[in-house]
Design a protein around this ligand. Sequence first.
Ligand SMILES: Nc1ncnc2c1ncn2[C@@H]1O[C@H](COP(=O)(O)OP(=O)(O)OP(=O)(O)O)[C@@H](O)[C@H]1O
Length: 248
Amino acid sequence: MSADSTLLYLDGVSVSFDGFRALNNLSLVMLPGEMRAIIGPNGAGKTTMMDVITGKTRPDRGTILFEGRTDLTRLREAAIANLGIGRKFQRPTVFEPHTVWDNLELALKAPRRPLKTLTYAINGTDRDRIEEILAITRLSALRDRQAGGLSHGQKQWLEIGMLLAQDPKLLLVDEPVAGMTDAETEQTAELLCSIAGRHSVIVVEHDMTFVRALGVKVTVLAEGSVLAEGSLDSVSANAQVIDTYLGR
Ligand SMILES: Nc1ncnc2c1ncn2[C@@H]1O[C@H](COP(=O)(O)OP(=O)(O)OP(=O)(O)O)[C@@H](O)[C@H]1O
């Protein structure tokens, strides 16, 4: 596929650590607005893939293009974040002493926004955007609650909301449902489905119930390369995927 119409284009990306190939000729294409689930065994290279996209790790070789033209391998982490690539790590990092609303307001003011000034005052548009994010993340009723008092799942949603406040074009989400209840897991799938389209989303997750609930194309990584790609049903029926990851 030509890179022109893609949001993210990885071609032949390799990374070695002390001679060990964490990514091995990895190629992957994401379209604007697409959500993709990445699965694979421990050590398959999922985190390393996120690291090369966000500039935390430099690939030894290969092409990584954003919006078909920006070469991410030449940019630093902050510059990549400024292009509109947001990342959510596994553990929630919200400002615990602050309220849910204040966390979202702080995120709106954070550096990605060109309007940031010391005299920033919240305007109606920002207020509407916070209301919208509260509704998406199901936190409207908890707006005045201290973030530290939220459940683990609610903290994860708040952090996703804080990333949404920065209006990313691409959101990378690492194991969002680890430690969540079944109900929270289901709600997280709904939340991510509701933001796909407006944002592209890459979700790394081991929880197959959650991946099924997302209902999106799945990429299976193993030994630093793509082992299979397609619907969860099709990759689950793939003999190599069963042998390497899902088990018989
Ligand atoms: N900075 C590093 N130095 C040395 N080896 C590393 C480094 N980062 C990753 N690796 C190795 O690269 C391989 C891929 O690791 P990675 O964390 O990307 O896998 P993963 O698919 O995210 O695994 P998991 O599901 O356990 O999170 C592993 O064998 C890991 O030990």
